[in-house]
Write a protein that binds this ligand. Structure first.
Ligand code: ZN
Ligand code: ZN
Length: 488
């Protein structure tokens, strides 16, 4: 199956190229990059070590995606400002090749297609519609710049550490997904078009060797306190917020990234709770408290094997089940007053910054305490259409009410327990800690008045229904290192 072979000019190890499109290969023994030319193999020097990243796939894995046979031929590691991000170079059995990336439990599979005329990177903005020729009209969900930091295996280009890559990720009809790769801007952009697929669409049949620490990853050891925390979404989570010491750490790198105060409240649905909702099994793997300027609310991250991640949000008036949706399925023509989804018009209820104030458990993005998005909620009946934007990244989701008795039954909890108590909106006044001195009773009265005013001003609204900490995710062929929920 080799299309070219030879010896590593650095260490003499055998080098085999299995994909016709491959230009370079990182020698697995000496980590020098070997580039294939017409005549020989050229030594391009040593490539930086790869940073540890959680992943369900590895170079040389073979399996199927939607029934099509693939081999993972290589990976490129990038950084979009928040840490390492991997993209996998995959070879199909019939000689085609493409890219595979993972975000929030979804796979993104794209193949190179001949691009139509595309707008320059500087003219691209989120929610813009762009015609991708025969592939149809897609909508921009994310635009970013990244830097190539490292690579592994075969790749369709030379890895030059520090090389910048600008890209835009787009969603299209029927689960379509595309990336416009602007590279470093010196050449015409390349276009990759494919699909967003649920986790179960990829089946790895022959796993290649994994680093020792990935084998039997049933528990995560907190690098701050040494406590062992059961792994609830192993190889999918980026961050752990330790239930013993509250430290936030990078799971793959075993590095503490932040300390946080203990929570003000305890989760109504304990982490590790398992149950089925609408026929899908879930485990509650994460918990996030978020706040706008006026309100605080709680969000639960659910991992559904084969499906990916979903959110449950506890608003002051209801529980909401949050399903991410494709931006391509949202009618944004009446924004900001209204937005459309599946023929329904949702009207703007509120527009607030939403920031993460506390996290617990496992989170699939590089969560940071204090990270903020602009959250917009649009309502129709009891349902909420949510838009979260962070910089040049936007994510949409639809939220439907879920009565507590249904959640309690699913997760085997008390139907009249804490989750049944939907409290008045929790007012947030500059982050806790008693009101220093002065006339406490007057201050209390003042706060009560302020709460009443806020309730009147905001009607039934609270924070964002949306679920998820930061904005969106990460990915694309040159995907972001992104934050939480969103598309990708
Ligand atoms: Zn070598
Ligand atoms: Zn700990």
């Amino acid at each position: 199956m080799a299309v070219a072979q030879g010896q590593c000019p650095q260490c003499g190890a055998p080098i085999t190229f299995g994909v016709g499109a491959s230009v370079s290969q990182v020698c697995k023994y000496c980590r020098h990059e070997v580039v294939r030319t017409d005549r020989d193999l050229k030594n391009m020097g040593r490539v930086a070590d790869l940073a540890p990243v959680p992943s369900l796939v590895a170079v040389d894995d073979t399996g199927t995606i939607d029934g099509q046979r693939i081999r993972v031929a290589g990976r490129v590691q990038l950084d979009h400002g928040a840490g390492p991000w991997d993209e996998w170079y995959i070879a199909f059995q019939d000689g085609r090749w493409g890219w595979l990336a993972s975000a929030q439990g979804n796979w993104y599979v794209t193949l190179a297609v001949t691009p139509p005329a595309l707008p320059p990177f500087e003219h691209v903005h989120v929610e813009q519609q762009i015609s991708l020729g025969a592939s149809g009209t897609f909508v921009v969900a994310e635009k970013k710049r990244g830097t190539i930091t490292s690579g592994e295996g075969e790749l369709p280009f030379e890895v030059r550490a520090g090389q910048t890559r600008a890209y835009a990720d787009l969603h299209g009809p029927n689960g379509g997904f595309a990336t416009i790769d602007y590279g470093d801007g010196s050449a015409t952009p390349t276009l990759f078009v494919g699909m967003q697929r649920p986790e179960g669409a990829l089946k790895i049949e022959a796993r290649s060797e994994r680093p020792v620490q990935e084998i039997g990853a049933e528990a995560i050891t907190c690098p701050n306190c040494g406590g062992n925390v059961p792994a609830l979404a192993p190889q999918r989570s980026e961050r752990l917020a330790c239930p013993y010491c509250n430290a936030v750490s990078e799971i793959a790198g075993r590095r503490v990234v932040a300390q946080q105060q203990a929570a003000r409240m305890s989760p109504d649905i304990p982490l590790g709770s398992r149950g089925a909702l609408d026929g899908q099994e879930y485990v509650v793997c994460g918990y996030v408290e978020r706040a706008s300027d006026e309100f605080a609310w709680q969000e639960y991250l659910l991992f559904g094997p084969g499906l990916g991640f979903r959110w449950l949000v506890k608003d002051e008036s209801t529980w909401l089940f949050v399903t991410p949706i494709s931006i391509a399925d949202v009618d944004t023509s009446s924004m900001p007053r209204a937005a459309g989804y599946r023929g329904q018009r949702y009207t703007l209820r509120n527009r607030n910054p939403a920031r993460v104030t506390y996290v617990l458990g496992e989170l699939y993005w590089k969560v940071q305490i204090g990270e903020a998005v602009e959250a917009m909620d649009f309502t129709h009946g009891g349902a909420v259409l949510s838009r979260e934007r962070a910089g040049d990244e936007v994510a949409w989701s639809v939220c439907t009410p879920k009565p507590w008795h249904e959640l309690a039954a699913a997760f085997k909890l008390d139907p009249s327990g804490a989750g049944s108590q939907l409290q008045a909106p929790a007012a947030v006044f500059g982050g806790g800690g008693g009101g220093g001195g002065g006339d406490t009773s007057m201050m209390t009265i003042g706060i009560v008045i302020a709460i009443v005013v806020l309730i009147i001003v905001c009607g039934v609204c609270s924070g964002s229904c949306s679920g998820g900490g930061g904005s969106s995710t990460g990915g694309g062929t040159w995907g972001s290192s992104g934050s939480s929920r969103g598309g990708k």
